[in-house]
Write a protein that binds this ligand. Sequence first.
Ligand code: RIB
Length: 314
Amino acid sequence: MNIWVVGSTMIDMIAYSEKIPGPGETVVGQRFQLGFGGKGANQAVMARRLGADVGIINCLGTDVFGDQTLENFASLGIDTRFVTRAAGVSSGVAPIWVEPNGTNRIICVPGANFAMGPDEAAAAIEAAETVDLVLAQFEMLQETAATAFRAGRTRGAVTVLNPAPAAPPLPDLLASTDWLVPNEVEFAEIAGPIIGRPADASRPEDVAALAQTLGLRVVVTIGDKGAALCCADGEVKYIAPPAVQPVDTTGAGDAFVGAFCYGLAGGMAEEDAVGLGCACAALSVTKPGTQMSFPEGEDLDRARAWTRDPGRTL
Ligand code: RIB
């Protein structure tokens, strides 16, 4: 299966601290980790680790972060032939704070990610040999995602939008989206104005109302409670994740989205694709870092086994 991610790359600068500073305050952290991140890149890496053929459509700066990001993709076998470079603007970076209970706070600075334009992205999708699924997020221009989705649909691909970080989606983009996959915070922000009342992902009627109003499919990730899947008939099913002890939740949502897209593009039953997403996300929170925390090797076997039999321990 072939997944094209029209998505961001960031260099994650993660500080682990017992205390998060208030305004004007300096605190001493316990640990620092530099790693590859960005919602698009993370989701691409998760799908690739599971075995999908994955390509990324993105713009990097001409700085060392851009070079290192390309090396990382190459080492994973992710197709970068449509990645461009922009001079005079930095590659994306994301300072991240993580508290002892694994909670994270992120400021992402997209930089060169915003230099991938709508025409370039659409041309890349048109030029790719095979396109089964096109995936996008909001750390790039929404106009870019919209043209890429349109080009993908013309080629018969499924389109999946992870509207993160939360922003009101362009009508043009929603019109060419098949699946909307927000987390519960993004769901509340995006769905409220669309369904005309405060939206809460723990209420099945709110999830169903968003899917019905927009005429698309919806999956909402709800942290340690798993995910809500709005089925084709409008029924909303809540899928509980395996229980784990969280260390760092950074990128867990991306592990979910990458694994879900892998399942969807590979023809898995929708509920199983959501289950695989939950299992991969759960495993990712047990380790520090972003991409470096994503399951691989035997851990992927554990995730697959749990998906087949969610009653078992992960
Ligand atoms: O979803 C986690 C990601 O958000 C991090 O890797 C960071 O780069 C930000 O984009």
